[in-house]
Write a protein that binds this ligand. Structure first.
Ligand code: NAD
Length: 483
């Protein structure tokens, strides 16, 4: 292992306490490398150096912060093909998606470079004469960032960029399934002119490094993206020290297809939303709620569309769906196929492991029909290339089924009716609603997040990110009478 595949603490690359092997899920004979794992001592040191560096970083001022963020973003965009290839190789999403993700990560940095310059405060008249009041935003301090493997560059980017933009230090614990992407992003940040210790990468197992990080009294804020059970554990562990919390978690996104929908577009958007990224998106459409009048024809066409998808090696030309990320994810997916069949759902296509020229975790995209909203396959997040069709008698029933979930991240409707679209926007309980668009696919300059069990705490992205990454200070100044 080279030090550069290690961890990054106090402005230095180091090997860490142990290593893990990283293999390509499209081809298990392809070893990407050995990657370092932080020890408890590495993590503790990162938290100490971060505190000191944060004060220096804030004092360096807005032009410096702008320039650093702009440089990181520009480099990510310029190298999106190269880093995107590495991302696709270790995560398994098709090359175009890997490249697009890295480019998008660059856009988060350039967007927040500009936000640095827009950090305005407020002035107020005091109710007491002779006193002036101002309200300013200041950094929170040291931010712990914990990220999943499914967007291994974009998710950390949309957290790291605002954290640094608003003057914070960062200690980042990425998912162990995608360490190469974490190293690539860190390598770019490490070459910037920033205080030693401002940015730290502490790769390692969630239950050890992650757990120690969230329990630390040296952390002022935690931004977490991952599953609901882990997120709940993180919040429960953190509460004793009461840092700010921002949690983005699971989902069970509904996609309504109404009887007045453009059917070609509906089939294309549902296919994209359900199976893009091998279904491993928190915004994936997993409950497709279809009006009974078009149910049979829509389902027939959706199945044909799913069967037409080319599942293959992520780096091969023409691949539309890559492998799932790991053996354990594949086992979990196949178990859900069994559960769905046992619950009485009708498996119309897919759901089995596929053989390809290289040995990888390939799975055929699956469509269940004849499902009801109380089945486990419609209540639990699968994070798989599996979607479930629920038949509804009309719009009102479809909306009610859509809202009957503990989650509320994204939701979509396909309809030509302005009245239905407007009603859906207003009455769907979700953080993001899409009209005649897939449930997956969001912009980088507006808030992203959900309701219910999907999210907890202030929103991510856009100018709304300031709520989490800053704290507000109200100053009262009595100027006194002139001499
Ligand atoms: P996960 O919950 O298993 O892990 C997420 C991160 O938490 C990883 O870095 C992991 O190492 C760490 N972790 C695990 N145990 C920990 C502990 N005890 N203390 C601290 N950290 C710990 O999730 P995953 O499998 O990496 O990612 C898939 C999940 O992420 C899905 O549920 C998906 O919906 C969710 N996700 C949500 C969004 C969103 O914005 N809502 C976006 C992407 C992914």
């Amino acid at each position: 292992m080279t030090d550069m595949n290690g961890i990054y603490v106090g402005g230095r690359w180091r090997q860490g306490a142990s290593t893990i092997e990283n293999r390509n899920p499209s081809d298990l004979t392809d070893v990407i490398g050995q990657f370092g794992q932080a020890s408890a001592a590495d993590l503790d040191e990162a938290l100490i150096v971060a505190r000191k560096a944060q004060a220096e970083w804030w004092a360096a001022g807005v032009q410096k912060r702008h320039d650093v963020l702009m440089a990181i973003g520009t480099e990510l965009m310029a190298r999106s093909a190269e880093i995107g290839r590495l991302l696709s190789r270790e995560e398994g999403k098709p090359l175009a998606e890997g490249t697009g993700e890295v480019y998008r990560a660059g856009q988060f940095f350039t967007y927040f470079a500009a936000e640095v310059l827009r950090l305005h405060g407020d002035l107020a008249e005091s109710v007491r004469p002779g006193i002036e009041i101002d309200v300013r935003r200041e950094p929170v301090g040291t931010v712990a960032i914990i990220s999943p493997w499914n967007f291994p560059v974009a998710t950390p980017a949309w957290k790291i960029a605002p954290a640094l933009a608003f003057g914070n230090a960062v200690v980042w614990k990425p998912a162990n399934a995608t360490p190469a992407s974490a190293v690539a992003l860190t390598e770019i940040i490490s070459r910037q002119d920033i205080p030693v210790g401002l940015f730290n990468l502490v790769t390692g197992p969630g239950a050890e490094v992650g757990q120690r990080l969230v329990e630390s009294t040296a952390v002022d804020a935690i931004s977490f993206t991952g599953s609901v059970p882990v997120g709940r554990g993180v919040a429960a562990s953190a509460i004793s020290t009461m840092p700010k919390l921002q949690m983005e978690m699971g989902s069970k996104n509904p996609f309504l297809v109404m009887d007045d929908a453009d059917l070609d577009l509906a089939v294309a958007h549902v296919t994209n939303a359900a199976f893009g990224g091998t279904g491993q998106k928190c915004t994936a459409a997993s409950r497709v709620i279809v009006h009974e009048r078009i149910h049979d024809v829509f389902v027939e066409r959706l199945v044909a569309s799913a069967q037409g998808l080319r599942v293959g090696h992520a780096l091969e030309d023409g691949t539309q769906i890559g492998p799932v990320v790991s053996q354990s994810q594949l086992d979990k997916n196949l178990e859900y196929i069994r559960i769905g069949q046992e619950e009485g759902a009708e498996l119309l296509c897919g759901g089995q492991r596929l053989e390809r020229p290289t040995d990888g975790f390939y799975m055929a995209p699956a469509v269940f029909a004849g499902t009801s909203n109380d089945m486990r396959i419609n209540r639990e997040e699968m994070f798989a290339p599996v979607t479930c069709v629920i038949k509804a008698g009309g719009y009102e029933e479809a909306l009610s089924v859509a809202n009957d979930s503990e989650f509320g991240l994204t939701a979509g409707i396909m309809t030509r009716s302005l009245a239905r679209a407007s009603h859906f926007r207003a009455n769907m309980r979700a953080g993001c609603v899409m009209v005649n668009l897939p449930t997956a696919g969001t912009d980088y300059h507006v808030p992203f997040g959900g309701r219910g069990a999907s999210s907890y705490g202030p929103r991510e992205q856009g100018s709304y990110a300031a709520e989490f990454y800053t704290t507000v200070k109200t100053a009262y100044v009595a100027a006194g009478a002139p001499e």
